[in-house]
Design a protein around this ligand. Sequence first.
Ligand SMILES: [Zn+2]
Length: 285
Amino acid sequence: MNARTAAPPLSCTVRACGQPLTRRGGAYACPRGHTFDIARRGYVNLLQPQDRKSRTPGDARMAVEARATLLSAGVGLAVVDELVRRVAAMGLQPGAVVVDLGSGTGDALGALAAAASIMGIGIDLSAAAAEEAARRFPGLIWIVANADRRLPILERSADVVLSLHGRRNPIECARVLKPGGRLVIAVPAPGDLVELRELVQGAAVERDRVDAAIAAHAPSFDLEERVTTHESHRLGHEDLVALLRATYRGARASAAGRVEALTSLEVTFASDVLVFALAAPPARS
Ligand SMILES: [Zn+2]
């Protein structure tokens, strides 16, 4: 076991500060005196006013709740299981720092922590999601912050960064990962939700997002592994409505009406899971 301290490698989010945060009683504080209270529920809100706005407008809370409802029904677990297998195979040291961007209600990080001794740090824009994650997995660290912006994580401090169908921030991921660190992302695979897309859009357009994801992460990352997960579920009416909300924020009324009329539908879930290694930095001249 390495000599890692038990303190999470958080950094201050006050503009142009970035100093390490240390826990002092019921708050985190930086050396410049900026403090962030830990909520009674156990999460900490590091969101700054200028970072409140997400790049994707919409009702994030409704989507988070819908996704949590589906996961609790066992829908969408194949990608979580694959993630746990991939990270377990990395042979991380006990206490390894794993950061989840867009951690939602904590399912992925919670499953990882059950399988390996990690310091899990979940980041989500939704305080409601962070509160629920902290309730379910009180041993992990849950942060409200905008994962599209500067991450509230110290440089070269994370062993693994995850982004499952969530925010992607290649430059910040490269900054916070240790040398040799891994980035694991999941993107919808061709065939994902094809039945729902046919219903909502009329025709399912197959898009392969893997090439775009690889291009977005070059030159800081090298692709090590790619695996596709599939699962299929016959969803009842309420789960279909939740899925519509989780997938199409602000779906058109006509599409919502077509889903409202359904009693059940067989739905395919497919994800491409990509494991990247942080490339060695170019030699300084
Ligand atoms: Zn500060």
